[in-house]
Design a protein around this ligand. Structure first.
Ligand code: BES
Ligand code: ZN
Ligand code: ZN
Length: 521
């Protein structure tokens, strides 16, 4: 897919695309009066929706595709636009239309971004394991942007960076477990860090994890012939890599920077057999996706660093394989976690929370003020909310609201779940401080377990993405496999936290000495 953003139509298009909602056209202000009448008569002639997309109607003597931007149930208007653009791109490619023009002169920036992302989604395919790769027909989309050309070009750059992160996440998740071992994941992360300015990486192997007392991680990883690793990626956008305005401000104001340090923690089980508490065969193949959290946080921090967002962000990837071997953890084994609490392994299949206990400890060690952990953690969450909604748990109201709002802006649905204290006692063990299973409310039990390892005075959100990370039938703009869920909301969270700190910084600076001094840059 190629896009060409222009102010007025070039006349090179082989077809025009019009999006409609119910019976009215969206983004129509550059249609001629005559064309508007033709469009109206087409739409009025239709029955009640949802509508089939209509292809190649003559409007103003131009072949035009009408795309229903309200077709599916339960989606926001922005998500409808993504879906509409996705369907349009699939059709145009299948019909081998070289250039399709979309009139978006009166589209809002976020509407344009949604359409772009829909077009990008249509481009994704994962055929690395097919014996023959088929090349899809390349369509060029001419975006007629009127006076918004410059702004839309910037948005297109941002969308391309975000799409790259989504593609990276999906590729990592879709790769089979024997090809993406913890060591392979580390290699990918090393390459990313090397080629992303401002992104640094620290890798701990089994020996270092053991030496430093990250025993949850070691306990899970030691049963596999593939060594476990913990990766910590860091990007500090609060200094240096900021936008020009912020740099000017810092030059003048002795570098007042945000105190926030946002740390992502990702569950990175490159495969989860269940360990000695073996999973049934039916649910096992999908466990190639049990490293979705780690893939998502890696991709998100890469995008955040590339976008040079003015905030300090780190990402901790807890990589291990939950396998059966002669060193596998035995049910009933007890270990001491990094924060000193002792844990009895009641069920070896509840391994995600064990590696995450160390990821959370690492987040504390590096000075997190806000932690967001992502994990394909429980089957209970899949049963509760399915594949369209992620459940999240949070100890901080402001962060919780931010997650919901950022999710909404990114067409990713989050539902707030309770950290129900009444179930906390069920995690107590006879011998150890805690055991790794709890009440029947499985997703809540897992979240309560994690809460035991959250560093003090830290805002924390736990996203259980077991349902949303990977789909076994096509859903919205995703075929079978990884969805990339969470990448965009993480980026948006960093974006909003950085601009919120900028705003409070602005206010503080203005309080101190009135308007900013401006300098030439
Ligand atoms: N990786 C699984 C959770 C999962 C299930 C992810 C389905 C994606 C789809 C996790 O490690 C697990 O096995 N959890 C157990 C915990 C139980 C033994 C307490 C579960 O949910 O069954
Ligand atoms: Zn498991
Ligand atoms: Zn797991």
């Amino acid at each position: 897919m190629k896009t060409n953003i222009v102010s007025t139509a070039t006349g090179k298009a082989n077809a025009y695309a019009l999006f409609f909602v119910k019976k009215s056209i969206q983004f129509s202000n550059i249609l001629s009066e005559e064309a508007e009448k033709q469009v109206e008569s087409v739409l009025n002639g239709m029955n009640d929706g949802p509508f089939e997309d209509l292809e190649f109607l003559e409007i103003d003597n131009q072949p035009t595709i009408f795309v229903d931007a309200a077709k599916e149930r339960g989606l926001s208007s922005l998500d409808h636009l993504r879906m509409a653009a996705y369907r349009l791109a699939k059709k145009a490619s299948k019909r081998q239309i070289p250039v399709v023009s979309i009139m978006l002169a009166d589209a809002a920036p976020e509407q344009f971004k949604s359409i772009l992302l829909g077009l990008h989604y249509a481009d994704y395919k994962f055929d690395a394991y097919k014996s023959k790769q088929k090349e899809a027909f390349q369509v060029t989309f001419e975006i007629v942007a009127g006076e918004q050309v410059a702004e839309f070009k910037k948005i297109a750059e941002v969308a391309a960076i975000e799409n790259k992160a989504i593609v990276l996440t999906k590729n990592l998740i879709n790769t089979s477990a024997s090809d993406l071992t913890p060591a392979e994941f580390v290699e990918n992360a090393n390459t990313i860090a090397k080629f992303t300015p401002g992104l640094s990486i620290k890798v701990r192997n089994m020996k270092q994890l053991e030496k430093e007392g990250f025993m949850g991680h070691v306990t899970v990883g030691k049963g596999s012939s593939h060594e476990p690793y913990m990766i910590t990626l860091s990007y500090d956008g609060s200094k240096g890599a900021r936008g020009a305005k912020a740099a000017v401000k810092n030059a003048n104001k002795n570098a007042r920077t945000s105190a926030d340090h946002l740390v992502f923690v990702g569950k990175g089980l490159t495969f989860d057999t269940g360990g000695l508490c073996l999973k049934p065969p039916k649910s096992m193949p999908e466990m190639i996706s049990d490293m979705s959290g780690a893939a998502t946080v890696l991709a998100a921090i890469q995008a955040i660093a590339t976008l040079e967002l003015p905030i300090k962000v780190s990402a901790v990837c807890c990589l291990a394989e939950n396998a059966i071997g002669n060193k596998s953890v035995l049910p009933g084994d007890i270990f001491t976690a990094k924060n000193g609490k002792t844990v009895m392994v009641d069920n070896t299949d509840a391994e995600g929370r064990l590696v995450l206990s160390d990821g959370l400890a690492e987040a504390g060690l590096i000075g997190a003020t806000h932690i967001v952990d992502l994990a394909t953690l429980t089957g209970a969450m899949v049963r509760a909310l399915g594949y369209a909604v992620a459940g999240f748990f949070c100890n901080d109201d402001a962060l919780a609201l931010n997650v919901i709002n950022c999710g909404e802006a990114c067409c990713e649905k989050f539902w707030s779940m309770p950290l129900e204290e009444e179930y906390a006692d069920a995690l107590k063990d006879h011998f150890a401080d805690l055991k790794n299973t709890g009440s029947d409310a499985g997703a809540i039990a897992a979240a309560l377990f994690l809460q035991e390892f959250v560093p003090e005075n830290t805002a924390w959100a736990h996203w259980d993405i077991a349902g949303t990370a990977f789909v076994s039938k096509s859903w919205k703009y995703t075929d079978f496999g990884a969805t990339g869920f969470g990448v965009q909301t993480l980026i948006e969270l960093a974006r909003r936290m950085s601009s919120a700190s900028d705003e409070s910084e602005d206010a503080a600076n203005e309080d101190a000495d009135g308007e900013y001094a401006t300098v030439e840059v």
